[in-house]
Write a protein that binds this ligand. Structure first.
Ligand code: UDX
Length: 436
């Protein structure tokens, strides 16, 4: 089966490479000539474990190629995926669908045969209807079914998530759409991955509802962590205790500095906009988005407290370990580290930072922060060391060296990677999230 993937960003590239690995003939299309050139040279535009090898082997097997020419790329494709960006629109938080609609227009104008057009990008309810209308208005004479097939990939674990999904959601309005999608995902059907067929609007909403629910779970446990600090309880025990209830489940209950990334912040806002448009408020999600935003800056204040408070902190040095919104990615989008660094530099604190993959993208976002080549260079002379992202490298820090290099043995562990007892035994002044 030939598949065209329009948009070779995170979602498009991972999905395209995985479909090729299933044995399909995949063309990834992108407008950005230099990105396409680099992909042809085997250079990935993003950091994702295992992706370069997957792309390389499928390119060599002749199943995966890259082009900037949409008309050429979609020729003969049974399924054309739209996987372009849907950023938050400046000013109102709505998802900006201009890229999706531009692709729909071009696809309608260039189609050379019957095809299923699949929205893979995260798009608000009703986008499929609009894509259908745009394609029809181009005068396209071929049979076209527009299908919604949201992705649930986590950065850093995207290939595994794609190949062993909890579920595949397909929102289709007719048999043609369902049949082609069955063929697209045949290897996963054979592996008995659960596939849920729904209407198109339900499928579109499932993506937002899932992300909003997960964001709610995280925010809930973050507020419980704050309460734990006040009442002398331990949030990890609370997480474990509630998570053992099958109805709640143990995942996404790690308290931390607040969620970031390319999905949760943007998708919760877009869901709120949809709810507003349809006059059906989702107040829980409203609260989640607000609480999470203020939490990030509050984490900066937590570091300032560990430096002795606002007055004492001025002119002192803080080291930030980890800048990306989570480990195993170079993604800085909406990372809590941005707000934390801002709060610190606003308070006159000198900030040095290290991140295994994120520093290049972080630099322009935090111009006053000194980027260091390794964690120890950041720690040297620091009055407090804050662990912001739980990279494995920070679990393996040489703590004796940390103590030697730092100006004061103060650690603020915003990801709870160390045990309070161990750290105190080693002579650190140690604070973490929601633990006595
Ligand atoms: C998320 C969804 O998981 C995925 O299904 C969707 O397709 C895209 O959005 P991603 O943004 O890659 O994926 O990261 P995820 O691992 O879900 O983490 C999101 C944020 O929540 C991170 O900032 C992470 O640190 C935070 N988080 C996650 C917590 O603070 N606590 C948790 O228990 C889990």
């Amino acid at each position: 089966m030939k598949i065209a993937m329009v948009g070779s960003g995170y979602v498009g590239l991972v999905s395209g490479a995985c479909f090729a690995d299933f044995g399909h003939d995949v063309v990834c299309i992108d407008k950005d000539q230099s990105k396409v050139d680099r992909l042809r040279d085997g250079i990935m535009p993003i950091y994702e474990p295992g992706l370069d090898a997957l792309v390389d082997s499928n390119v060599k097997a002749g199943r995966l190629s890259f082009t900037t020419d949409l008309a050429e790329g979609i020729r003969g494709a049974s399924a054309i995926f739209i996987a372009v960006g849907t950023p938050s629109r400046r000013g109102d938080g709505h998802a900006d669908l201009s890229f999706v609609y531009a692709v729909a227009q071009e696809v309608g104008e260039s189609l050379s045969g019957d095809a299923v057009v699949v929205t893979k990008s995260t798009v608000p309810v009703g986008t499929g209807d609009e894509v259908e209308r745009i394609i029809a208005e181009t005068g396209c004479q071929h049979r076209v079914a527009v299908v919604s097939n949201p992705e649930f990939l986590r950065e850093g674990a995207a290939i595994g998530d794609f190949k062993r999904p909890d579920r595949i959601v397909i929102g289709a309005e007719d048999d043609f759409g369902r049949e082609v999608m069955r063929e697209v995902y045949r290897p996963l059907f054979l592996n008995e991955a659960p596939i849920l067929f729904t209407g198109r609007r339900s499928s579109e909403l499932i993506k937002y509802a899932a992300n909003a629910f997960l964001a709610t779970k995280i925010t809930f446990i973050n507020e419980m962590a704050d309460l734990c600090e006040k009442v002398g309880a331990n949030v990890q025990d609370v997480s474990r205790g509630i998570g053992m209830d099958n109805r709640i489940g143990p995942k996404f209950l790690h308290a931390g500095p607040g969620y970031g990334g390319s999905c949760f912040p943007k998708d919760t806002l877009a869901l709120l906009k949809t709810a507003e448009d349809y006059d059906s408020p989702v107040r829980i999600v409203e609260a989640v988005a607000k609480v999470n935003e203020s939490r990030k800056r509050a984490m900066g204040r937590k570091v300032i407290e560990s430096l002795g408070g606002v007055e004492a902190a001025r002119g002192k040095k803080a080291a930030l370990l980890g800048l990306t919104f989570k480990p195993n990615t170079d993604d800085m989008r909406d990372s809590p580290a941005i707000a934390i660094a801002q709060a610190l530099t606003d308070a006159g604190v000198n900030v040095a930072a290290y991140d295994p993959e994120g520093m290049e993208l972080a630099k322009p976002l935090m111009p006053k922060v000194v980027m260091c080549d390794d964690p120890y260079a950041a720690i040297e002379g620091a009055d407090a060391v804050a662990i912001v992202t739980e990279w494995d490298a920070f679990r393996a820090l040489d703590l004796d060296r940390v103590k030697e290099l730092a100006n004061a043995p103060v650690i603020v562990d915003l990801r709870n990677i160390y045990r309070p007892d161990d750290m105190r035994a080693k002579g650190f002044t140690y604070t973490s999230i929601g633990r006595p």
